[in-house]
Design a protein around this ligand. Structure first.
Ligand code: MN
Length: 204
């Protein structure tokens, strides 16, 4: 039985052999069925551990669990995006057209320039990471994002419902180094109507 509150390894939109000769059948099969699956399994185990701790109301190492969880959920989300932005040669490859080409040319000057910047970004990611073309919803600008170590605690694409700034600059005048007091005060200030609005937006 599929539990809709757990992660599932997505099916590839093509066969394991379909990306050859650029990615071999063996390479793709192992990457998808072993490596991606491992992120899914680990994320689900951590979610179960959180569920159990909440049910029994016992303390757990939240910092450690959240870090590990973000590593695995981030890996799952990024792999899922990666598989879907590939297609067998002939369908994939070449150049984009239409609005996508226009927006790339507007931002980077030319498709070739975009390709060079994206390649350089991918080449220079520190550690074993990712490179993503992103769009800023505020400015409409395309930005290339280097993702080191998967995520460093950020879930790619997740809609933020409620956020607190815990940089010292947010509280040191009022609370000095007492971050806990500032966090306690924060609970008196939350506009739950806005959180609810964001939740509805995300569930649309
Ligand atoms: Mn991978």
């Amino acid at each position: 039985m599929k539990d809709h509150r757990l992660y599932v390894l997505p099916q590839l939109p093509y066969g394991y052999g379909d990306l050859a000769p650029y990615i071999s059948e063996e390479q793709l099969r192992i990457h998808h069925s072993i490596h991606h699956q491992a992120y899914v399994n680990a994320a689900n185990n951590l979610l179960r551990r959180l569920d159990d701790a909440r049910r029994e109301n016992i303390e757990i190492d939240i910092k450690a669990v959240l870090k590990e969880l973000s590593w695995n959920v981030g890996g799952h989300i990024l792999h899922s995006l990666f598989w879907k932005n590939l297609a067998p040669p002939g369908i994939g490859g070449g150049k984009p057209s239409g609005k996508l080409l226009n927006i790339l040319e507007e931002e980077f000057g030319s498709f070739e320039r975009f390709r060079r910047e994206y390649t350089q970004a991918a080449l220079s990611v520190e550690g074993s990471g990712w490179t993503a073309l992103t769009i800023c919803r505020e400015t409409g600008r395309l930005l290339t994002m280097q993702i080191e170590k998967h995520n460093v605690n950020v879930y790619p694409t997740f809609q933020i419902l409620l956020v607190i700034d815990v940089f010292e600059h947010a509280y040191y005048i009022d609370y000095r180094n007492r971050r806990a007091d500032y966090i306690e005060a924060f609970w008196n200030l939350i506009d739950w109507r806005e959180v609810d609005r964001r939740l509805k937006e995300a569930l649309k």
